[in-house]
Each structure stands twice: as C-alpha cells, then as structure tokens.
Ligand binder design. Structure first.
Ligand code: NAI
Length: 393
C-alpha cells in the first residue's frame, strides 16, 4: 500500500518505522518543517530507522522524507496524520491540493471533532475522501535519536476508530488492523469518538485536582499524577464523567437510533481497559490509585529554583482542553445542558493557559476559534450537527 505519514515526532517515527518494515508498503513521510526533514534524511543516510520494543528491533527505511507536500502526498492511497491535534488543520490545508480522489485519510489520534476539522480544511475534496479518526495512538513511544531510533514502550490491547462515510467502515477497520498489527474496534460515529475520549476528563481533571490550590511554592519532587488522586479529585472526575453521561442520555433520547454506546462512565472505561491491573475496584479513586499501569507516573512539571513547578502548558491542558473538553462542552451547550463541573475545570485551565474559551457561561470566548468545539465550525443547533452525521452515513 502507498502510505504517507504526516508528522515528525514520536508517533510519526514509530509509524514510519513499523509500516516501512513491511515490503508490501511504500512509505513516505511529510513533515511541515524543513529542518525536521533534513535531520530525518540524515538519519536515513546513517542506515534507516530502528524501532525498539520488547519484541526486539526492526530496522526499516521509508522511501522518501520531505517537507514538500507536492513530493510526499501524490499517489498516496493512505495518509496518516501523526501529530498533535493543533497541527491537524495546518497539515490538512497544506496537503489538500495534492490529495488524489478516493484517498483514505486518518488521524492517530483524532481527538475531538476531527471530522469537522477535516471537512473545513479539505473543502470540496472532503466528499471525495474516506476519513477516519482513532481514539488514541496504538503505542506509547519516544524518539531516542531523531530520524534514527524510536522506542515503543507499550502497545494498547485494542484501539477504537470511527469512519466516514459509514459504508466504508468494515474495509477501513480491516486495513488499519492489518497495518498496525493490533485489534481495531469500530466506534459508530465521530460524535461518539468525541464524547468517549477519557483523556479529556482525566488529564484536565487531575491537573485541576493536583494544582488548583497550588500556592506557588516549588515541590521538592514532582507529584505523582494518578496515584496523587485524592477523594476531592476523584469527585471532580466523577462530576466530569456524570456530565458526559447526561449529554449521552439527552442525545439518545432526543435522537433515537443515534448510537453513543461507546460513551461509557469513566469507572467502567477504567475497568474495561485495565481489568487485570486494578487491585481495588471499590471506588473511582481506588481504581486509579491501585492501577499498576499508572504506578509511578508523575504530573507534568518543570524544574525551577528550589524544586519543581506545575507545567501548565503541558498537553494535559494545552491539548486536552481545547481539542477535548471544550468540544464536549460545546456539544452540551448545543443541547442546552448545564455542565458546572466541566465549566469549573475549563475556567481554571483557560486561566493557566492564558486563553479564553468560556465567557459568561457560554463557549464564545475570544479563543474559541482555537478549539475544536462545533461552535468553531458554525454549528448553532444540535439538530444541525446530528443532521450532518446522518447525511453522510
Ligand atoms: P510530538 O510532540 O512528538 O510531535 C510533534 C510533531 O508534530 C513535530 O515534530 C512536527 O512534526 C509536528 N507538528 C507540530 N506542530 C506542527 C504544526 N503547527 N504544523 C505541522 N506539524 C506540526 O507528538 P507525538 O508524541 O508524536 O504525539 C502525537 C499525538 O499523539 C499527540 O496528540 C499526543 O498527545 C498523542 N499521543 C502520543 C503518545 C506517545 O506515546 N507519543 C501516546 C498517546 C497519544
């Protein structure tokens, strides 16, 4: 298969290395940054890309690394966006003129409302493409040496994806599962993918719990992230999850046939995802702190004089709020539902990020165009959003 991977970070290195190892694939890489392309080309000249995991090492070589979409994109049957969500729109706009009819384009991971972002960025070409979004990246991975080596620290047991148009779902699920060599499950629609994302609840919710009363004095050592969840933080997480469930119930009652069954309560998602790793399932708090997959993971911090300070620009806020929680808040607003706990977390986070998404209880702050809320794409009623999903199935 002719595949182009867009991105130049951890995820792009992993995908490029793994997919290029299969002789059935011809893999190209597009990074928007010339300096990254040059560094990566240098790595290739030294012998290719090494992917290290607990299964051993794979060495492979994509056929082209380029910062010119005109070189990397034409002829691609599959284009994979492996970048943070804030790069989706600029990347799609740069590659759009070079995409052929019938290409399959997906984001790994999609974050919220990737379909609305793609629709806007691809313009008329959107209807000629098949679009998919993955709930998460299948791997935890880190570059060891740029353009040369990447380590896969862990692989998810299964990943969910959503496909547009729906008639191509089965084919896309089969293709992606074969390429990544892991089970892929189908989430029936992009709205479900948007509301089901648990990172948008856990990451901002725990950051809020750990740091909303921080007095500015440095921590001696970085606080534990998941194991630092106390009763008060668990209550915030429960509140966030309950509000998402209320959105789900409202939508299912109002639009019979809309399948949001993947939008699970947070505790149920934890139990399903980490069944064997949780020692004490008696509460949401205990399910986090006794989960051995989360043991020893620290909150994002930066070194300062005298210790460590919270890193409020970390992706747990800078990506999960505008490209996650704000989109869910936007759907709630279209439904006419109040979300006091989501609002409490967004209001705190936006202040830390120096942004304004919520203003006077509505998602119309000055920076709302930097989010992926449906409002950013001009949706003013929930009916119009649901009509859109029903019109393209
Ligand atoms: P990264 O930080 O390594 O990727 C950054 C790359 O994105 C840059 O090197 C550049 O090539 C590209 N990029 C950044 N800004 C851009 C812009 N304005 N225009 C065009 N390209 C731009 O991120 P990583 O680790 O590859 O992650 C990608 C996504 O996967 C993120 O959303 C991350 O949260 C998610 N993820 C990553 C995991 C991991 O283990 N690396 C695990 C789970 C999710």
């Amino acid at each position: 298969m002719r595949i182009t991977i867009c991105g130049g970070g951890n995820a792009a290195h992993t995908l490029a290395g793994l997919l290029a190892a299969d002789p059935a694939n011809q893999v190209r890489v597009y990074t928007a940054f010339e300096e990254e392309a040059i560094r990566w080309q240098r790595g290739m000249a030294e012998g290719g890309i090494v992917v290290t995991s607990r299964h051993g090492q794979i060495i492979s070589r994509p056929e082209l690394i380029s910062s010119d979409p005109g070189q990397a994109i034409p002829q691609a049957e599959l284009v994979l966006l492996a970048t943070p969500a804030f790069a989706h729109q600029p990347v799609l706009e740069k590659i759009a003129p070079h995409l052929g009819k019938g290409s399959l384009i997906g984001a790994m991971p999609a974050r919220s409302c990737f379909d609305l972002c793609a629709r806007q960025a691809l313009g008329e070409k959107f209807s000629q493409m098949t679009i998919f979004g993955m709930q998460t990246l299948p791997w935890a991975c880190r570059i060891v040496q740029y353009g040369r080596e990447v380590t896969v620290l862990g692989t998810k047991a299964s990943v969910a994806l959503s496909v547009l148009p729906a008639r191509r779902q089965a084919e896309v699920v089969e293709t992606i599962a074969r390429l990544i060599g892991a089970p892929v499950s189908l989430t029936p629609n992009f709205l479900s993918l948007t509301l089901a994302g648990t990172g948008q609840l856990i990451h901002p919710g725990v950051m809020y719990g750990l740091f909303h009363t921080w007095d500015g004095r440095p921590f001696k050592s970085p606080p534990l992230f998941y194991q630092g969840i106390d009763n008060a933080t668990a209550k915030i997480l429960q509140g966030l999850s309950d509000e998402v469930q209320r959105i789900r119930t409202h939508l299912e009652e109002r639009f019979p046939g809309l399948d949001l069954s993947d939008v699970q309560p947070l505790i149920r998602w934890l139990w399903l995802s980490y069944r064997d790793d949780i020692a004490d399932c008696s509460s949401l708090q205990s399910s986090f702190v006794s989960n051995r997959s989360y043991a020893g993971l620290y909150a994002p911090v930066q070194p300062v004089d005298g210790g460590f300070a919270p890193d409020f620009n970390a992706r747990y806020l800078s990506e999960d709020v505008p490209f996650g929680l704000a989109a869910t808040r936007g759907v709630a607003e279209l439904c006419g539902l109040e979300t006091p706990v989501i609002d409490q977390v967004i209001l705190w986070a936006q202040e830390k990020l120096g942004k304004e998404y919520l203003r006077r209880g509505r998602l119309d702050g000055r920076d709302v165009l930097e989010t992926r809320a449906p409002q950013r794409y001009g949706f003013t009623t929930i009916q119009s959003l649901i009509d859109l999903y029903q019109s393209v199935s």
